[in-house]
Design a protein around this ligand. Sequence first.
Ligand code: ZN
Length: 313
Amino acid sequence: MPRPSRLPRSSRARTRGALVLGAVLPVMLLAGAPAPADGQDSGGPRIFISVDMEGIGGVGSPGMTSASGKDYGTARRLMTDELNTVIRALFDAGAGHVLVNDSHGDHQNVLHTELDPRAEYVQGSIKRLGMVAELDSSFDAAIFLGYHAMAGVGDAFLAHTGSGSVKGLWVNEVEVGEGGMNALYAGSVGVPVILASGDRAFGEEFTALTGAPVVVTKEALGSSAARLRSPESVRAELAARAGEALRSLPEARPLEVRQPVVTRIRFASTTRPYLLEAIPGVIRVDGSTVEFRSESMGEAYQMIRLAYRFISW
Ligand SMILES: [Zn+2]
């Protein structure tokens, strides 16, 4: 059986369905997955995980999500444990490869020396594709853990889109948060999101856009407090849902994205839109809002990240 990862990317994308879903997965499930060597690909489905922190089970105050805040160390431990639970469940259900992209703050939060050694890990935030860095058409599915709702949503724990400088983001006239933006990017490279976790407001927003199941980890009280489920019960549900999601992979469909893509971003200040207008193709539609057109979702994503993250003011 040829390993999908050894095929050239284009033919890998074309034949992925037949090779992995049609042939490999049932065999893996029936026979039991052989444990892949560290970071190696055993031939089963390739899964990309983006992990944020606000929506992790047991994280209920802003301080926990900030490197200088109280109990940040506990939040890192909870994030790592939740992640390891999902990674283990995926391999138990026949996954061939898991890649984790740290996606919160400086993208250096997971206690990666304690990560399941079968997974690969991407660390560091200076990357053009941010939360979806290294996600490409070689993957069979994506999972988003610890997510939060988009900017401006009420009763949503630490809701924001990218950073506090963004008041709203629209892709092809649909308002999206980080989860939506990342799911659209995944869809543009042919990858379905099969599972996510986060607070209830994120769950409602994300399932409405993608149809993907979301494990609800907490209920927000306003923006900065939350009624938490026990992290243990969150992990138990995630393990069960991850296994189910992998077994249902043949039915999963990537989110459709109309390309070229029209993006509109409303900022908290008028200075950033003024500076962004220096980039050819970026127009100001009002004092605090810019709009631009991109050939692909990948191109749009990189511009969005550049605009909120790498251009200051
Ligand atoms: Zn975050």
